[in-house]
Design a protein around this ligand. Structure first.
Ligand code: C5P
Length: 223
């Protein structure tokens, strides 16, 4: 059956929301739960893949049977991904990477003496875009959480970040996106929309996604 569709494949997956430190006890982050990335990791493993999971802050336990690399910031995630890129067949970037980080992280806890303080932010590196530029034979998959004009923004992101496949979800709809157990997604490739899935569990989405990827890389390999 399709059980072992990814046998022998090395899959690198990122999940969760990055944590950008302001001081030793405070940070900036986002609402990502890690559920989508974890569902992909678990499903890839069940399909026979060798899975490395680079996870930032998550609110659910990580799946077993995978190599787990814990990181905090976008910069740490970037380094962890770059280190493992050459040894990966498939890269799936389900993490919610903070777009900005504090320019500096205070060494000591910031005291509440002043009525106003400023935390200056600087743009984080775009990990997916970096991977898109560096990739050789890897099949690269990005995610996009959109609130409007999904098709247009998804295709723009796919091209800009040089992905092979993009998974877009409309986060304005109930049951889709951050924290939920379900998702409503569309897959895009260079030619445009590939598939619009109905609302389903994140594990269901993971299975559909990985089955599509398995088909695509088999065609690429000409087997
Ligand atoms: O640009 P945007 O954040 O909407 O793109 C989403 C995709 O890009 C996701 O796959 C996300 O993991 C990735 N991303 C990244 N590094 C960033 C921002 C987003 O890898 N700094």
């Amino acid at each position: 059956r399709d059980q072992r569709l990814l046998a022998g494949k090395k899959v690198l997956i990122t999940a969760g929301g990055t944590v950008e430190r302001i001081d030793p006890v405070r940070y900036l982050t986002n609402d990502s739960s890690g559920k989508m990335g974890f569902a992909i990791a678990e499903t890839a493993r069940s399909m026979g893949a060798q899975v490395t999971l680079v996870a930032a802050k998550t609110s659910v336990p990580a799946p077993g049977g995978v190599e787990l690399v814990r990181v905090q910031s976008a910069q740490e995630m970037l380094n962890a991904v770059i280190e493992r890129l050459a040894d990966s067949d498939i890269v799936i970037k389900a993490a919610a990477v903070a777009d900005y980080r504090p320019v500096e992280t205070a060494v000591r806890k910031i005291k509440k003496n002043d009525e106003e303080i400023n935390v200056r932010l600087v743009k984080n590196p775009d990990i997916l875009q970096t991977v898109g530029r560096m990739k050789t034979t890897q099949y690269v998959v990005g995610f996009a959480a959109e609130t409007e004009r999904i098709d247009e923004h998804a295709m723009d992101k796919l091209q800009r970040k040089n992905c092979d496949l993009l998974v877009a979800n409309d986060v304005t709809l109930e049951g889709a996106g951050f924290g939920t157990d379900t998702n409503l997604v569309r897959f895009y490739d260079r030619q445009g929309l590939v598939e619009a899935l109905p609302l389903m569990s994140k594990h269901g989405v993971a299975r559909q996604l990985l089955t599509l990827i398995a088909e695509r890389i088999q065609t690429k390999e000409g087997t």
